[in-house]
Design a protein around this ligand. Structure first.
Ligand code: UD1
Length: 422
């Protein structure tokens, strides 16, 4: 298995291009199942999660062609559709559950494997299934698969109150509702930029959706959707991750394609920590104002709050802050697995339940560490860039799920990092 070798030290300078959002693209791709006309996505990221979704959609009978080295995905679902999403593919990635809504909307029935456990928490699917049940679907769990069937073969509009603003459930219900009979209202919907991006794409396909980006999304069902071409929104998590590189190492880096509105709460915390973020013609520029980072407290929340997907990377920054920071994880129950690895690098962190207390130390020290999930793995790379000596991050397949060309991008701004092939 490959690993990543990082030697800490120097300041960074230069530019990093930010890719299209993994999480947006994973929701946009299943939208191809809603129409028999072609759907083309541009600005797609080149990631193993996108290849997994390609494999899943192909197994369902969709055609997915990767063009321009993967930056363009040309999709079409005009042939017969297989409605069974197999465990062997679904288990690789939770976002596979996003085919449930589109399959049910198009074919009136679907059998989708439950994704199973995931390192950062249990992540059930009750919000998705309760919503679809309100729209007239009968859903049973048998043999590890959700067997869903729409009453009379067609979903009906409904008013759905989410107990929590789940991103995936908002996406699934929104897609299902585009072809349902009547109007669907989602109350307490997720407001993430990826939801707005999906709504933009669905509207380009002829869907009638209002209120995306707010807590109440209204979808008026239509008889059919047509083809479209859509550009995937900037990846705000990749953006935030690379914003932390000059914050941790010093120097100045421009993030091409970066937008503050995608990460306002995160930018506020960076400012409080002593990091300046300014808008440039082509994106955002990030630089550290003082020699030492200031401690800040962080609580993860649904958008527009501080994203859980940047909590591990922020912790890497705060390990060398002047003072004590408290990080509260409110979205996932088990998302501090990077803490023991950071402690191996000399960090002073105590975890109690969903709270991590980080006492800043003057310097981290390089060590062999192990990535436990996608965001944890990149937090260890960031920590390695700030540490004295060498850090080897193993199990980097997690990284390949969500960061394209991470080594090239960081080397481009002067980081001493390489991938060691096994
Ligand atoms: C998405 C993102 C993920 C991000 C998360 C929160 C994708 C592909 N993934 O995941 O990177 O960390 O949003 O911003 O977009 N929950 C339930 N029942 C459900 C659904 C969710 O209890 O039916 C719980 C989950 O266990 C979790 C919380 O709600 O504790 C948030 O989950 P959700 O917003 O659904 O996240 P995902 O869509 O899985």
């Amino acid at each position: 298995m490959d690993s990543i070798l990082v030697r800490g030290g120097g300041k960074l300078s230069g530019q990093i291009p930010i890719a299209g959002a993994k999480n947006a693209c994973l929701a946009l791709m299943p939208a191809t199942l809603l129409s028999d006309e072609p759907l083309t996505l541009t600005n797609a990221p080149r990631l193993s999660d996108i290849r997994t979704m390609t494999e899943l959609l192909s197994s369902l009978g969709a055609e997915v062609t990767s063009l321009q080295e993967g930056k363009v995905l040309a999709m079409a679902s005009h042939g017969p559709i297989n409605t069974r999403a197999e465990y062997d593919i679904v288990r690789k990635m939770r976002a596979s559950n996003l085919v449930l809504g589109p399959l049910l909307a198009r074919e009136g029935h679907a059998e989708v494997s439950l994704p199973g456990g995931c390192a950062i928490g249990a992540r059930p699917m009750d919000i998705h299934t309760d919503g679809l049940a309100k729209m007239g679907a009968q859903i049973d769990l048998r043999d590890g698969y959700l067997h869903a069937k729409a009453d009379g073969g067609k979903l009906k509009g409904a008013v759905i109150d989410f107990p929590f603003a789940s991103v995936g459930a908002t996406e699934n219900i929104m897609m299902a509702a585009t072809l349902a009979k009547g109007t669907t209202v989602i109350n307490n919907a997720a407001r993430e930029p990826e939801i707005v991006d999906l709504a933009d794409c669905l509207r380009a396909m002829g869907a009638q959706i209002d209120g995306d980006g707010t807590s109440t999304v209204t979808i008026q069902g239509v008889d059919r959707l047509h083809g479209a071409t859509h550009r995937v929104v900037t990846d705000r998590i990749e953006l935030g991750t690379y914003m932390l590189a000059p914050a941790i190492c010093g120097g100045e880096v421009e993030l091409l394609g970066g937008r503050i509105d995608l990460l306002a709460a995160f930018c506020e915390k960076l400012d409080a920590a002593g990091i300046s973020v300014s808008e440039t013609e082509n994106g955002l520029s990030v630089t550290r104002r003082e020699d030492q980072i200031r401690a800040v407290d962080v609580t993860t929340e649904p958008f527009p709050g501080f994203p859980t997907d940047l909590q591990a990377q922020m912790m890497a920054l705060l390990c060398t802050a002047n003072g004590t920071s408290v990080l509260e994880e409110k979205i996932f129950e088990n998302r501090f697995m990077h803490a023991p690895e950071l402690i191996r690098m000399g960090a002073d962190i105590e975890v109690h339940g969903g709270t991590a207390t980080v006492k800043g130390v003057s310097k981290l020290k390089g060590a062999p560490v192990m990535a436990t999930d996608l965001r944890a793995s990149v937090s260890l790379i960031l920590a390695g860039m700030a540490a004295e000596g060498e850090t080897t991050v193993s199990r980097v397949y997690h990284l390949d799920r969500g960061y394209e060309h991470v080594v090239t991008k960081l080397r481009g701004v002067g980081a001493d990092i390489e991938r060691i092939k096994s």
